[in-house]
Design a protein around this ligand. Structure first.
Ligand code: DQA
Length: 147
């Protein structure tokens, strides 16, 4: 019951970056909250952030070997990256896409997501709470798959 939680570019600045859009919590706060909920759900998590597309792709490849699910906030790569989509399409378990903000309320270029064509579910506009909601959904989907 291992889940990868992957974060794309600029999310290292969470808490400092446009707090009126993304809130005041840092990515470390989000990770701590995820670990708390993961314990409750009896999930192990690998939590990563990178500003580099290839690192996210490499983590998806790693997840193929060891993980039952992926929660991913691809950040700006959501709207640009066929490569991350292709990587996720090689992963057999459930994938939940997370956006802290409601991307549909924002600029038109944020309305299209390459990743959504693969994701089993999409969470947007729930703030950083979206991460723990994604973990709850992944735990359920993993249980359903193995029961
Ligand atoms: C984001 C939304 C994206 O459009 C943006 O590029 C991000 C963060 C979100 O979490 O709301 O960096 O994925």
């Amino acid at each position: 019951r291992l889940v990868y939680v992957l974060n794309g570019p600029n999310l290292n600045l969470l808490g400092k970056r446009q707090p009126h859009i993304y809130g005041h919590e840092t990515l470390a706060d989000v990770e701590a909250e995820c670990r708390k909920v993961a314990d409750e759900l009896r999930l192990d998590i690998q939590f990563h952030q990178s500003n580099r597309e290839y690192e996210i792709i490499d983590w998806v490849h790693e997840a193929r070997e060891v993980a039952g699910g992926i929660a991913i906030n691809p950040a700006a790569f959501t709207h640009t990256s066929v490569a991350i989509l292709d990587a996720l399409n090689t992963f057999e378990g459930p994938v939940i896409e997370i956006h802290i903000s409601n991307v549909h309320k924002r600029e038109a270029f944020r309305h299209h997501s390459f990743v959504s064509t693969r994701a089993d579910g999409v969470i947007a506009g729930f703030g950083t709470q979206g991460y723990t909601l994604a973990l709850r959904r992944l735990a359920r989907l993993i249980d359903e798959k193995t029961s």
